[in-house]
Design a protein around this ligand. Structure first.
Ligand code: SAM
Length: 304
């Protein structure tokens, strides 16, 4: 049996089939709800990046099927780039969460009210290159945060998938600007081998005077960032600077490297090191003392 087919048939995969969930991810939301009581008092929810729809199924079952008194009062809006098979009580939008037009369309279904809860299980197509996958996932999370700032009521809750990569701290800092409590959670149904986790962000409280915008702070171009005013500038910007096709500081290059049509030339250092480790060896060589094994040892000891 191939590795991927074995992986797919884990216990949650089988349980999802038995319980009629469209994906095993349903258990992740159910388990987050077990700990955070996410659906308590909720009547307007947005499911971002919802296809194939197991999270929307959970919303539909928990908020409508299990609470008959809620029938007609609950609004669930699901958004995805992909089309999704219909679900009872779920309004579907085929759209991009990075677009302001999508935010407007969602708002139109809430008839002037704001959402109590926004959830996002968004994931980009995985490239297999970890750094790139983590970066794109981070960007999608920030896009979800941006659209959420247009939709969520003060005090509301935002739940989103996050990859615990090396830049997770900056994402966490950004979320803390908008929510008083941010918790990173790993549901039992999320595979240990995956760097996926979920942020549960409670009590939406943007900085006073914050104006929702759709530009993603981590991608924003410098001119656009300059035009942001007041508290909108609190969001920590991160920019990749310099020519991305230039030298990579983590790589080693041969001394004969040429770039942009120019030959690279090795030059003497502008400031010679004051006390370089090879100085002793040079002195010993000058006095012809670098011949015996003793002096080699002496040099090594001095260098240490
Ligand atoms: N929560 C879903 C469920 O339980 O069935 C699974 C979501 S799936 C892991 C990730 C989804 O994110 C994909 O369907 C993909 O189309 C969607 N997605 C990625 N980027 C998006 C974007 N910019 N706008 C809307 N959806 C997006």
């Amino acid at each position: 049996m191939g590795r991927s087919s074995k992986d797919k048939r884990d216990i949650y995969y089988r349980l999802a089939k038995e319980d009629g969930w469209r994906a095993r991810s349903a258990f992740k939301l159910l388990q987050l709800n077990d700990d955070f009581d996410l659906f308590n008092g909720v009547s307007r929810v947005v499911d971002l990046c919802a296809a194939p729809g197991s999270w929307s199924q959970v919303l539909s079952r928990k908020l409508i099927d299990e609470r008959s008194e809620n029938k007609g009062k609950v609004k669930i809006v699901a958004v995805d780039l992909q089309a999704m098979a219909p679900l009872p009580g779920v309004i579907q939008i085929q759209g991009d969460i990075t677009k302001i037009s999508t935010a407007h369309e969602i708002i139109s279904y809430f008839e002037g009210e704001e959402a109590d809860l926004v959830i996002c299980d968004g994931a980009p197509d995985v490239t297999g290159l970890h750094d790139i996958d983590e970066y794109i996932q981070g960007q999608l999370l920030l896009a979800a945060l941006n659209i959420t700032s247009h939709l969520l009521k003060h005090g509301g809750v935002f739940v989103a998938k996050i990859f615990r990569g090396k830049d997770v701290d900056i994402l966490y800092s950004q979320l803390k600007v908008f929510f008083s409590t941010v918790t990173i959670c790993k549901p039992r149904s999320s595979r240990n081998s995956s760097i996926e986790s979920f942020v549960v962000c409670q009590n939406y409280s943007p900085p006073i005077g914050y104006v929702p915008i759709m530009c993603n702070p981590l991608l924003v171009d410098p001119n656009q960032f300059k035009s942001l005013e007041g508290v909108n500038r609190i969001v920590v910007p991160f920019m990749a600077c310099g020519d991305l096709s230039g030298y990579d500081s983590d790589q080693t290059y041969p001394l004969t490297t040429s770039t942009g049509g120019k030959e690279y030339q090795t030059l003497s250092p502008i400031q010679e090191p004051i006390n370089p480790p090879y100085q002793t060896a040079c002195l010993l060589k000058k006095t012809n003392s670098l011949t015996s094994s003793d002096s080699t040892e002496q040099v090594q000891n001095k260098d240490v």
